[in-house]
Design a protein around this ligand. Structure first.
Ligand SMILES: Cc1cc2nc3c(=O)[nH]c(=O)nc-3n(C[C@H](O)[C@H](O)[C@H](O)COP(=O)(O)O)c2cc1C
Length: 181
């Protein structure tokens, strides 16, 4: 992330860059999104789970889902190495857990937990939170360089519900958190 004094352009004519920077951030934060936990593995013993809201379906034939991941994140390294990721849809009641996945997690391979939260693995091997409402398990098909992020486009190789289908899901608007902007 750029230091606070480094303002990212371009700027429309006549604006005060600092004021515009603050306004543009607030506008970008209004874009509605869900809030997810992205699981990753290097294909070996390493695992991680990360809170992310830049997640969306990209294609319906084939079935592709994209996740946009910061270059510096451990998740980036693991998705790059393992060529897969899993997206856990989080129960609205579980909103507290997204705060547990904002830096690399403690992995217990024997107990199959991430920061103490049990996980399961399906087709790709990327971890899925056992308490997720639903999940998609993806294999990376394309990587788009997107500034300081990479948009990993993954084909859905497995999907399912782990709780009742009508369980309300966590969305960004349910939290006081922001990302990006
Ligand atoms: C509400 C929220 C949403 C986030 N969304 C994303 C995201 O979409 N992409 C991303 O790379 N990091 C996102 N982050 C930051 C990551 O959760 C994490 O802090 C950072 O990328 C390091 O992850 P790591 O454990 O893989 O190193 C978000 C953080 C928060 C609090």
């Amino acid at each position: 992330m750029p230091a606070q004094h480094e303002l990212v352009g371009p700027f429309p004519d006549g604006v005060d860059p600092e004021e515009y920077d603050r306004l543009r951030r607030r506008v970008l934060w209004t874009m509605p999104s869900g809030l997810y936990v992205v699981g990753s593995t290097d294909g070996g013993e390493r695992r991680n789970a990360m809170t992310a809201n830049w997640v969306m379906q990209l294609s319906f034939d084939p079935k592709w889902v994209g996740v946009s991941i910061e270059h510096e994140a451990l998740t980036h390294e693991l998705i790059d190495a393992g060529g897969c990721f899993a997206v856990s849809m989080v129960d609205r009641e579980d909103r507290a857990i997204v705060r547990k996945f904002t830096k690399p997690v403690d992995v217990d391979l024997a107990a199959k937990t991430l920061n103490g939260f049990p996980y399961i693995e399906r087709v790709s091997g990327a971890p899925i939170l056992a308490q997720a409402v639903a999940f998609v398990d993806c294999k990376v098909r394309e990587r788009l360089s997107a500034g300081n992020h990479t948009l990993f486009a993954g084909e859905v190789v497995d999907a399912g519900f782990l709780k009742e289908e009508d369980t309300p899901l966590l969305r960004m608007e349910d939290t006081k958190m922001n990302y990006g902007g």
